[in-house]
Write a protein that binds this ligand. Structure first.
Ligand code: SF4
Length: 137
């Protein structure tokens, strides 16, 4: 069973091969590829967690079940969980996660929720969100 911290649903949507180490990138690439395979990826179940998850495992910034930047990560998680209606322990398919992102993550919500993230300026997450939402405001 895949496990994602709340902000990692949108990170996965926008992932384009950048990350904190070669091993982190390899792991995230494999996960993202699996989820993006259609139609099988849509059915993959993901459990919401508040500790280090399937993406975090090989990260050099991971500290046990937490993160070197835990306060910032919790801020991102709280905002994404509130917008997407995610609760710890909840299980949902990747298809359902994408539906919630498309319906609830408006461009304004994205700007606020992802404001603390240093990857935001790359622009790939916003572009992926715009593609998913098909130009909706
Ligand atoms: S801006 Fe950062 S937190 Fe937001 S989706 Fe992209 S990588 Fe994830």
């Amino acid at each position: 069973m895949l496990r994602f911290r709340p902000h990692h649903f949108l990170c996965t949507l926008g992932f384009e091969g950048k990350g904190y180490s070669p091993e982190f990138i390899r792991n995230f690439s494999r996960l993202a590829e699996e989820l993006r395979s259609t139609p099988a990826g849509e059915e993959i179940q993901i459990e919401v967690t508040t500790i280090s998850d399937s993406i975090c495992q090989p990260c050099p910034d991971r500290r046990g079940e937490g993160c070197q930047s835990e306060i910032k990560i919790q801020t991102l998680d709280l905002a994404h969980a509130r917008i997407l209606g995610l609760s710890p322990g909840e299980r949902l398919s990747w298809g359902e996660a994408k539906r919630r992102i498309a319906e609830r993550m408006t461009p304004g919500a994205f700007e606020n929720a992802c404001a603390p993230c240093s990857w935001k300026e790359l622009g790939v997450c916003r572009q992926a969100l715009e593609r998913l939402r098909g130009g909706k405001k």
